[in-house]
Design a protein around this ligand. Sequence first.
Ligand code: KG4
Ligand code: ZN
Length: 342
Amino acid sequence: MKILGIESSCDETACAVVENGRIVLSNVVATSLDEHKLYGGVVPEIASRRHAESISGVVREALTQADCTMDDIDAIAVTYAPGLIGALLVGVNFAKGLALATNKPLVPVHHLRGHIASNYISSDVEPPFLCLVVSGGHSHIVAVNSYTDFEVIGKTRDDAAGEALDKAGRTMGLEYPGGVSIDKLSPQGNENAYTFPRPKVTDSPYDFSFSGLKTAVINIIHNAQQKGEEIIIPDLAASFQKSVVDCLVDNLEKVAVEKNFNKIVIAGGVSANSKLREQAAKMCSKNAFELSIPELKYCGDNAAMIASQGYYEFIEGEVADESLNAYATMPIDKSYKTIKPL
Ligand code: KG4
Ligand code: ZN
């Protein structure tokens, strides 16, 4: 079965064709990132306009690279939530038009479920497993009981890990996205040079909190400026990155041990982070856990992950009618059927 996936939740306009949820026949991504760099973050209206300009060409290219026409496609999967609403609406509306014109089923896909599925196209891992999903907007620890059954065990109380890295990067004067800049700069720095807290949420031990770390960076910089001391940016980046990764990996280990998981999966844009990949691998080998992290090309936003998850949603009967809408927020454990039964 061939699924055409469409993704437009942030600044990537993407389309892919994936066979049986696992075999990527094409994966095309156009990004407006360079324009957003000028503003230090994603400008929603620019992202929406670039999606509108690029989407037809990106879909055409994905079909061409997969050596397919729409006749070969069994269903159209599209990211419908969560994300920037104007950006999501471009992909959702395009998918609806395409489904109507070609008389194909339309499959709504949750963006974070898609990130998790980037592991299905990178390895042969299958649920059940425990997953750390870390992106620009979300930090969740999720029990993936089956391809379509998700249970949130822990999540951030405030900023997402990616958001904290991006904000810290900005404070350090690094290029957007800060997460990528901090990862690149950190090998040149000493990760023990600056002291950061390892925040814990006392009433809910599986949750994260990153906003204090962001404030700590600001304080370190202000204090140094007041004393006329020099800030060594690579040291600050490496120390900050270490504290974020420690929080993520320590919590993941705690949940896995306490809830008896031995299969661990990591997903989302921050899963590209070298320190996180290294530390997660160490933690998993210490505990004899199996670990899956997506190939680097599938860590960021792409449509192959949406087509992969779309396949599993489709065989479970998750389809939408012509009234499909986009949503800026949506819990990962809610299926489209439950919010809008056909
Ligand atoms: O999943 P994603 O591409 O978009 C969202 O769904 O949010 O994640 C983007 C986030 C950004 O915060 C970015 O800084 C972070 O992923 N990111 C990284 C790395 N690559 C992307 N953070 C740390 N290290 C990286 N190598
Ligand atoms: Zn994403």
